[in-house]
Design a protein around this ligand. Structure first.
Ligand SMILES: Nc1nc2c(ncn2[C@@H]2O[C@H](COP(=O)(O)OP(=O)(O)OP(=O)(O)O)[C@@H](O)[C@H]2O)c(=O)[nH]1
Ligand SMILES: [Mg+2]
Length: 440
């Protein structure tokens, strides 16, 4: 298939950015209005937009016709004229009707946050899978926003917000788009089938899968590059990475694991995009261990962490074992450093410090290979003993009276399994869970 995603160059978009804050929007746990607007500025700049001004309105409800209040729309019109802007970018998703009304009234191009993100993704998509996913997300976004009577969208004029499906495709009617969506879905299924096969093959080899997951710009690709010398794109911009990259990582014991870099998350990640990128994100969900990379130097760290947890929950990957890596500590003030704690296991690191990379490797090793546990088992229980050998790695054993003491390396998953099986074997005896020691 020839990639259909392409970039149309027009005069540079010059934009005023608009954010509306309603009590309902404010209540969202993963939404920080000021930060969201600042992030919108970064997104716009990443997409090649010149940002001229920003405008915020606090309002009880969203206006169904204008999105912002009519008075604010007038203020926006003035601001656009003052700055000779040709685009208005809204921080929230707009309905098709709102876009049309605003376009007519303001006579500039109207873009919302979702379109902006989709546009960046369209510019970044390189692999066949990425290209299909972006087009799918763009069309899913577009479909409900078409007027319904084959509205001619050519006046959008290409460029920002329309990159991807391309102008000619935008002119097609709903039916055409629906057909294209199902065609893309089929293609994606085919790609996913390959990916699943590939993953299963990798799983059969017994190699542990570790996924780098986190907010965009947290340093995931940097970590992959520093730890595996992978030649991946690292950039101080949002959504530098789109397609997952996997590399072999050698642990201190010499054992190999596969480390995968993934697309970054962002607040208000467009729903269509999450759906379309499921295939890519599944890579992360199927991992044995998730390394949640956090930009420890960001003032918005708590919100960013919440967003990532939320997306992982949406993807049903929140049960997977996780280690939090608070990255960029070299940029933190001492006070900020102190704040970097969380439930569960975590490390404070800098991706550019070799000794920190060693600590990460050691932690992965202990998580995946397991800790050393001591089991006391009566010598006559041959079946239980052989079970220990099957499930864990027996490092040492010694006789102690009528019992045998085993030092076994088991990871958490196997340890739970072992506990369960030992309990079944030892039904006639109580299974006592001592401190770091199993007694049958
Ligand atoms: N000072 C400092 N900068 C870092 C560190 N880790 C990453 N960076 C910088 O942070 C920026 C983003 O890094 P990336 O590795 O591209 O981030 P990412 O998480 O892959 O981002 P996306 O692919 O956009 O999701 C780059 O400019 C890196 O050089 C760190 O430990 N310290
Ligand atoms: Mg990246």
């Amino acid at each position: 298939m020839k990639p259909t995603t392409h970039t149309i160059s027009i005069e540079q978009p010059r934009a005023v950015l608009v954010s509306l804050i309603t009590p309902q929007i404010k209540r969202q746990e993963t939404y920080a209005p000021d930060y969201s607007l600042a992030e919108l500025v970064s997104l716009a700049e990443t997409a090649g937009v010149e940002v001229l001004a920003t405008l915020t309105q606090n309002k009880e409800n969203i206006d169904s016709k204008w999105f912002v209040g009519k008075g604010k729309a007038e203020e926006l019109k003035q601001l656009l004229e003052e700055h000779d802007a040709n685009t208005a970018i809204f921080d929230q998703e707009l309905s098709g009707a709102q876009v049309r009304n605003l376009e007519q009234f303001l006579d500039v191009k109207i873009i919302d946050r979702t379109q902006l993100i989709l546009d960046i993704f369209a510019q970044r998509a390189k692999t066949r899978e990425g290209i299909i996913q972006v087009e799918l997300a763009q069309l899913s976004y577009l479909l409900p926003r078409l007027a319904g009577q084959g509205k001619n969208l050519s006046r959008l004029g290409g460029g920002i917000g329309t990159r991807g499906p391309g102008e000619t495709k935008l002119e097609t009617d709903r039916r055409h788009i629906r057909d294209r969506i199902s065609e893309l879905k089929q293609q994606l299924q085919e790609v996913m089938r390959h990916r699943t096969l590939h993953r299963e093959r990798r799983k059969k080899t017994g190699v542990f899968q570790v996924a780098l997951v986190g907010y965009t710009n947290a340093g995931k690709s940097t970590l992959l590059r520093q730890m595996t010398q992978a030649d991946v794109y690292v950039e101080n911009q949002l959504f530098a990475t789109l397609d997952p990259t996997s590399r072999t990582l050698e642990l201190p014991s010499g054992k190999d694991v596969v480390l995968t870099d993934t697309v970054g998350f962002i607040q208000n990640l467009p729903h269509d995009l999450v759906a379309a990128f499921r295939a890519t994100l599944e890579e992360a969900c199927e991992a044995d261990l998730i390394l949640h990379v956090v930009d420890g130097s960001s003032d918005m760290m708590p919100t960013q962490m919440k967003v990532v947890s939320q997306v992982l929950r949406d993807l049903e990957a929140h049960q997977t074992e996780q280690i939090t890596l608070f990255n960029k500590v070299d940029l933190c003030t001492p006070e900020q450093r102190e704040m970097l704690t969380t439930e569960g296991e975590f490390l404070r690191i800098s991706a550019y410090r070799e000794e920190d990379l060693d600590r990460i490797r050691e932690l992965i090793e202990s998580r995946l290979m397991g800790d050393c546990k001591t089991f006391r088992i009566p010598a006559e229980k041959g079946d239980v003993i052989s079970l220990l050998y099957r499930v864990g790695e027996v490092l040492e054993n010694e006789v102690d009276g009528n019992d045998m003491l085993f030092q076994v390396r088991v990871n958490n998953k196997e340890y739970d399994k072992l506990g369960y099986m030992l309990a079944a074997y030892a039904s006639e005896q109580a299974l006592h869970k001592g401190e770091n020691s199993e007694h049958v």
